[in-house]
Design a protein around this ligand. Sequence first.
Ligand SMILES: Cc1cc2nc3c(=O)[nH]c(=O)nc-3n(C[C@H](O)[C@H](O)[C@H](O)COP(=O)(O)OP(=O)(O)OC[C@H]3O[C@@H](n4cnc5c(N)ncnc54)[C@H](O)[C@@H]3O)c2cc1C
Ligand SMILES: NC(=O)c1ccc[n+]([C@@H]2O[C@H](COP(=O)([O-])OP(=O)(O)OC[C@H]3O[C@@H](n4cnc5c(N)ncnc54)[C@H](O)[C@@H]3O)[C@@H](O)[C@H]2O)c1
Length: 463
Amino acid sequence: MPHYDLVIVGTGSGNSILDARFADRKVAIVEKGVFGGTCLNVGCIPTKMFVHPADLASSPAPAGRLGVDLELRNVRWREIRDRIFGRIDAIAEGGRRYRIEHEDNANVTVYEGEARFTGYKKLTVRLADGEETLTADQFVLAAGGRATVPEIPGLADVDYHTSDTVMRIDELPRRVVILGSGFVSAEFAHVFASFGVDVTVVARSGALLRREDEDISRRFTELASRRFDVRLNRRAVKARRTPEGVALDLEGPGGAETVEGDLLLVATGRRPNSDLLDVAATGISTLPSGHVVVDEYQRTEVDGIYALGDLSSPYELKHVANHEARVVQHNLLHPDDPVASDHRFVPHAVFTSPQIASVGLTERDAAARGLRYVTATQEYAGIAYGWAMEDETGFAKLLADPSTGQLLGAHIIGAQAPTLIQPLIQAMSFGLDAASMARGQYWIHPAMPELVENALLALPLDD
Ligand SMILES: Cc1cc2nc3c(=O)[nH]c(=O)nc-3n(C[C@H](O)[C@H](O)[C@H](O)COP(=O)(O)OP(=O)(O)OC[C@H]3O[C@@H](n4cnc5c(N)ncnc54)[C@H](O)[C@@H]3O)c2cc1C
Ligand SMILES: NC(=O)c1ccc[n+]([C@@H]2O[C@H](COP(=O)([O-])OP(=O)(O)OC[C@H]3O[C@@H](n4cnc5c(N)ncnc54)[C@H](O)[C@@H]3O)[C@@H](O)[C@H]2O)c1
């Protein structure tokens, strides 16, 4: 039974831990799928590489409002797909070869197979040609999560897709039905609709992206309903095969109805892989959500076992997994001087149309916590760059503590929202108050960040 100083499970963010400082340790990396994990292969990166051409394809409508007549003549789906995966697959394979072949990794053994704990600090890997059981002083569990598929009668018998498969299809479908109304749904609805596909979105609740601040979610739902066939407050009761593809029988406020598509995308969330890894067998407990329990140093309850990323983090975001991987790396190298993860101001962005970005508390959160807060909303339509774009729908909404001026939350829907929000994340992270931020620096005129400047100035802070 080979024994290691360190075993890492998962080559998403887990793969970034090893560097020259680990050269004197005997290390194993275990990966059951493709090197690079979710973000690189089936997540953040390919989706955004589809979003960019989708943004271009959807530009005739906004351009037309400005007097520029553009025409979308064709979408060469296979070319788009192959450009994206031509880059990504090569990066994934390069990462794999680096770990297996490069002299930098002379101390590293790669096990390509599925790992599961079979005892205390005992990990069994199912390899192509049998099993190997490894023990180690330390483990890093970075096994991520997987798409969940709800139990809907008939669903198992239809050819549905998840985000794992939908980006590799051979032909663009004519009609897509998307079940779910979170991040994946919002991003793929935009991509497909921009490429000329009829999109139906089926949502359980009364709004799309309902975890966003209510004003953002409401605005997005309004705008999405103009672009897609949005069915709110619907329960999917049955899935059926049809000659063209798939039908979903729904129940909703108006009774029973059916939506049909050539392709069904199930986008109903993800769960951590803690069950398949059988973390309980080594004495690690999980939350009801399946997330591995860790402390602020990313330590599990078992001495020497750390966990990070989607396996243990409710955020399920790559920048959080990366941050936690850096924390684990530091704590492995400096056990006597550990650092804690900083989850105070975790931002996110949804790369749909319009783009959405958010950090900190929503108004719902602030009210639920009984905080004293003020808000300010600045429309894109009220800044010069917004006039240039003829933007009538975007806005930034800020929440602040009126007595200190500290920002509590920031939410933006509109062009470049993920970029515009970054100075607000910075202000919150470093404790810069709204008035100092607004007037302590120049804001380039007439650039888009004037949206943020004006929103800051509009906050009704105490004198
Ligand atoms: C469609 C989509 C779009 C996304 N877009 C964004 C975005 O724009 N921005 C953002 O911040 N986040 C985004 N995310 C989320 C982001 O991809 C994840 O938060 C991130 O990849 C998690 O990293 P991780 O290292 O924790 O896990 P992963 O990257 O999932 O890595 C886990 C690795 O462990 C391997 N593994 C699992 N179990 C075992 C086992 N038992 N044995 C061996 N190996 C195992 C897996 O094969 C995988 O390679 C997106 C996710 C999806 C699905
Ligand atoms: N831009 C980004 O950062 C980005 C993009 C895509 C995905 N992600 C990450 O990937 C994760 C997964 O994304 P997602 O959109 O699948 O999850 P999500 O949690 O954002 O949304 C899931 C949706 O499915 C619905 N749902 C759940 N169970 C259902 C059921 N039984 N029937 C009908 N609807 C149901 C929920 O109400 C919700 O609308 C997210 O947590 C997110 O962090 C991030």
